[in-house]
Write a protein that binds this ligand. Structure first.
Ligand code: AMP
Length: 198
């Protein structure tokens, strides 16, 4: 299975590049942010808990997040040729849990694609997205906290995966297609797997 993580700060383009990966490699997309927003929209108990964290730009506790991911993998990812994890893991304990969840299913992570974008650009992109989509946590105050949370809790994963030889750094500035080409080339070098031929 081709299981990859799309890694990067909020606003780095994970959603956009996930869409391309799904399209070109026939993978199943799991965005933990989208799973949570869907619960909030449907007004579920989990949605109410998630909203209290998301609205402040904080992370949902690891135990809860891992339980949710296990459930999504069980119900929806079975029989797929691979998964793009978008927005998960966001902490070292989540990364350790992901390894166990995949091992339990007889598979593993092949690469962590890191979209690297300077902070001023992240700010600009998220403010623009907030205006265009009305996404509730794309407000200046919440964005500031999300970037701080990223630096403190998520960024250490870069070194964690780099040590394991799984980290693939990608310059996330520029044209979407060119960024995707870099990802495809990097993935081929790292795993030997080619994108679909058009
Ligand atoms: P995203 O759509 O990936 O930017 O996620 C939006 C928000 O959902 C984050 O700011 C967190 O509050 C929450 N969230 C998404 N994924 C995770 C995760 N792996 N761990 C904890 N919280 C998460």
């Amino acid at each position: 299975m081709l299981n990859v993580v799309l890694f990067g700060a909020p606003g780095s383009g994970k959603g956009t590049q996930s869409a391309r990966l799904i399209d070109e490699y026939g993978l199943y997309h799991i965005s933990t942010g989208e799973v949570l927003r869907d619960h909030i929209k449907r007004g579920t108990e989990l949605g109410k808990i998630a909203d209290s964290y998301i609205s402040k730009g904080n992370l949902i506790p690891d135990d809860l997040m891992v339980e949710i991911l296990d459930d999504v993998l069980e119900k929806e990812a079975k029989g797929k040729s691979g998964v793009v994890f978008d927005g998960f893991p966001r902490t070292i304990p989540q990364a350790e849990a992901l390894e166990k969840l995949l091992k339990k299913r007889g598979t593993a992570l092949v690469a962590v694609i890191g979209l690297e974008v300077p902070e001023e650009e992240l700010m600009k992109r998220m403010i623009r997205r907030g205006k265009e989509t009305g996404r509730a946590d794309d407000t200046p105050e919440t964005i500031k906290n999300r970037l701080e949370v990223y630096h403190n809790q998520t960024h250490p994963l870069r070194a964690y995966y780099n040590e394991k030889g799984k980290y693939l750094p990608i310059n996330g500035l520029g044209v979407v297609d060119e960024i995707f080409n870099d990802i495809a080339e990097g993935l081929e070098k790292l795993t030997g797997i080619k994108r679909r031929v058009h």
